[in-house]
Design a binder for this molecule. Structure first.
Ligand SMILES: Nc1ncnc2c1ncn2[C@@H]1O[C@H](COP(=O)(O)OP(=O)(O)OP(=O)(O)O)[C@@H](O)[C@H]1O
Ligand SMILES: [Mg+2]
Length: 364
């Protein structure tokens, strides 16, 4: 009795609005980040009065609302005025000065970019930006940049602007070229991980957006919350909410039960914040070498890299290794003493641990 009543029909769904679990989804309200949003807004505010904006360096661990907070403020700005133009660029996607300037031209409404070099494009951009009342230029994931000459150009040639640089690594910002750093003259804004109460609030709110009312059993949701709090990454929480919902649907259950949440927790182990396919060829090439020879000393890996046709300098190789280590594709362990003296041992990591996302890397 009630057996079939407990099961989902063909065209029934536990999700009310599954898109609300997408990582790009910007919720109507962004609780617990009011202070940071105000700070960002204060940097932009002078532009509205025709004055010079302020720049800001934003840093913090993955999945704790840096991009969301910034986008939220930009959306608010767009609703407020058309005179100050916000532009958001992800440097993982646009990772060279040329690509960024090209994209900025597109964002500023200039389309005839074919066959123009960086200098020509920049002149057009400069004219467009300087004609506006002000521009807000946001560069997210700046540590993925291959070069950052454009920053120097923007500092020098665009008058009314606010520049935001966002990264997981405070060290990247501290080690930025002095010429650029002194020109940007930015304050630092740190995003700290959410507390368990905050994580609970965020996930419960998202459940209300995304799912049909009352279908989450309390213990199942508690499991997802605890796990999210452990890895300190809201994205992991959103992922588990979605997976648990799908699992329950697959089992034709009308409720999301602890067993469905448990399956989602296990799936989390496969979860990678930055996917391997997103790596550039050279990094992928180096990663494969590390994979085949793990664990190995960095100097020896460089030799193998050269033997296999790699033609980067040692410094460049070392930088790529640092980047792979920072993104937890590999680990780099410094050893000292012993017959070898000081060296770094590089190992391939099969699963990235979201929880041990450290600011600095060891592969120096
Ligand atoms: N306070 C919040 N309220 C609601 N949702 C949030 C909040 N903070 C983060 N999120 C959600 O968590 C997810 C991850 O946040 P976001 O993309 O801003 O992380 P991030 O700090 O930029 O991470 P990364 O450094 O990896 O880019 C997003 O889907 C975002 O909407
Ligand atoms: Mg982000």
């Amino acid at each position: 009795m009630g057996l079939f009543h407990e099961m989902l029909g063909d065209n029934e769904s536990l999700f009310k609005n599954e898109e609300a679990l997408d990582y790009e989804f910007v919720p109507k309200l962004l609780p617990y980040r009011e202070q940071q949003q105000k700070h960002i807004a204060r940097c932009i505010a002078p532009l509205l009065q025709g004055r010079q904006g302020e720049n800001l360096f934003i840093h913090g661990a993955p999945g704790i609302g840096k991009t969301a907070a910034l986008k939220w403020v930009l959306r608010d700005l767009e609703e407020e005025t058309e005179e100050v133009v916000p532009v958001y660029i992800n440097c993982w996607r646009y990772n060279t000065s040329y690509k960024i300037i090209l994209e900025l031209c597109h964002e500023m409404g200039y389309r005839f970019t074919q066959n123009k070099n960086t200098g020509e494009l920049f002149n057009i951009l400069k004219e467009r930006c300087n004609k506006s009342k002000g521009v807000v230029l946001c560069f997210d994931e700046v540590d993925k940049l291959e070069d950052y000459d454009f920053l120097y150009l923007l500092c020098e040639e665009i008058y009314k602007k606010s520049i935001f640089l966002i990264t997981n690594y405070k060290s990247w910002l501290l080690e930025l070229d002095e010429r650029i750093k002194s020109r940007l003259n930015s304050e630092m804004l740190e995003f700290k991980p959410y507390t368990k109460e905050e994580t609970t609030g965020i996930l419960k709110e998202r459940v209300a957006y995304a799912f049909v009312d009352g279908i989450w059993q309390d213990t199942a949701l508690a499991l997802v919350i605890t796990q999210t709090d452990e890895v300190k990454d809201i994205r992991a929480g959103l992922y588990m909410l979605k997976e648990a919902g799908r699992e329950a649907e697959k089992k034709a259950s009308r409720k999301i039960l602890p067993e469905h949440a448990q399956t989602a927790v296990l799936k989390l182990k496969e979860f990678h914040t930055k996917k391997q396919e997103d790596l550039y060829d050279e990094e992928q090439f180096i990663l494969n070498i590390v994979k085949t020879h793990s664990p190995h000393k960095i100097g020896d890996l460089f030799k193998i890299y050269q033997e296999q046709g790699g033609n980067g300098m040692y410094k460049t190789f070392q930088r790529k290794i640092t980047k792979l280590a920072e993104n937890k594709f590999i680990s780099a362990q410094k050893t000292s003493g012993g017959i070898e003296g000081n060296t770094t041992i590089i190992s391939f990591e099969t699963t990235k641990k979201l929880s041990d996302f450290n600011d600095a890397s060891d592969a120096k």
